[in-house]
Design a protein around this ligand. Structure first.
Ligand code: SF4
Ligand code: SF4
Length: 348
């Protein structure tokens, strides 16, 4: 509907190659990469779908493309891809481990009109390097420093685990010192290589305590301290939410965004590796409209084990990737069961 912009994003993995071998990475194998023409074709295909929605449903769509990998800076054609995407009308972000960013790279990112660059950290130096390798923290911090120095809007993404859950104060102080715009926390998803770190995942009590602790940064003026985790939004709630049968927020998978992987596979979320088609052979608009998996994610009665009769369903639904990882540990592919780390269930 006109006047209510639909923030729609695609997380676009350009490669599975990486210069690091992080213990918790959700990339678990290597796939073929689309070439430059195929990547541009995929971007154009998403653009066509968005233009169709805007025309047929009189929607205002605010589209963004988040390019990542692997490490996207390993793609020799990254900057032409970024410029093509920007030229197609997308807000463009780059998600990187930060270790390859020098002044020249930062200048090219700036010249490519990226809206922001998101650098992954996993805690302060010892925690980060224990997951990503010796020296990775310092390289990432140098990359952030260079980006900020070149005037590129820079944010830190942090995966929360038991290794770093008590480092929030230091991390926020670091973010302030580095001059980034924000720091965003998300939960460890025990899939891909992350399965090796399953014992580092937070308990329900720790999730409640961690996200409640972020409330103290609500009015922080130097950096925005946030989380895209649905459970963080529930921890932040003051008062009730409207009871609807339609999702109004929460888990983005199939609702506000999807993932395209390096070989063109489309999936609800990169951490939820359930293919729904391929951008090289399917119309994006058809996949979005017709995928049974996406429709189940959007339909309250498909859920079971708690979320379906929880009053927070419209704004939450938990992390479906973590629900899937739990199911897989028990031998099933059920992505609609409970989020095993949820401390906030509240009956309707
Ligand atoms: S039960 Fe489900 S919908 Fe309710 S708060 Fe927990 S994860 Fe969210
Ligand atoms: S499945 Fe989890 S990681 Fe993926 S969009 Fe939903 S909440 Fe985010």
């Amino acid at each position: 509907m006109k006047g209510t912009p639909f923030d729609f994003f695609v997380q676009f993995h350009l490669t599975e190659r990486c210069n690091l071998v992080c213990r918790h990475c959700y990339q678990s194998g290597s796939v073929s990469e689309m070439n430059y023409e195929e990547v541009c074709g995929a971007i154009a295909e998403v653009k066509t779908a968005i233009e169709g929605w805007a025309k047929d449903y009189e929607m205002d769509v605010s589209p963004s493309l988040h390019f990542t990998g692997g490490e996207p800076l390993l793609r020799a054609d990254l900057f032409p891809i970024l410029r093509y995407a920007w030229g197609c009308g997308f807000s463009v972000s780059v998600m990187s481990n930060g270790t390859l960013i020098d002044r020249s790279i930062a200048e090219q990112l700036k010249a490519s009109e990226v809206a922001d660059v998101l650098i992954s950290l996993d805690g302060m130096e010892a925690a980060h390097d224990s997951l990503r390798g010796h020296g990775a923290f310092r390289s990432a911090v140098e990359g952030i420093t260079v980006l900020v120095g070149e005037g590129v809007d820079t944010n830190i993404n942090l995966t929360v685990s038991r290794m770093n859950m008590n480092q929030t104060r230091q991390l926020v102080a670091l973010a302030e010192e580095l001059g980034v715009s924000g720091i965003a926390f998300s939960r460890l998803v025990p899939s891909g290589r992350g399965k090796l770190l399953a014992d580092q995942a937070l308990t329900t009590q720790e999730v409640a305590a961690f996200y409640s602790s972020l409330r103290q940064y609500r009015d922080n003026t130097k950096v925005v301290v946030t989380s895209r985790d649905p459970l963080a939004a529930i921890a932040e709630l003051d008062g009730d939410i409207p009871q609807t049968e339609l999702p109004m927020g929460g888990c983005a998978a199939g609702m506000f965004g999807v993932t395209i992987t390096a070989d063109g596979t489309v999936m609800p979320c990169r951490r939820m590796d359930l293919p729904i088609g391929n951008i090289k052979t399917n119309r994006f608009r058809d996949l979005w409209a017709d995928s049974p998996i996406l429709w189940q994610l959007r339909t309250r009665k498909s859920y079971h084990g708690g979320c379906e009769n929880c009053r927070y369903w419209p704004a939450c639904r938990g992390c479906r990737a973590i629900a899937l990882a739990l199911a897989r540990a028990k031998g099933s592919e059920d992505y609609l069961g409970p989020d095993p780390q949820c401390p906030f269930y509240h009956t309707c």
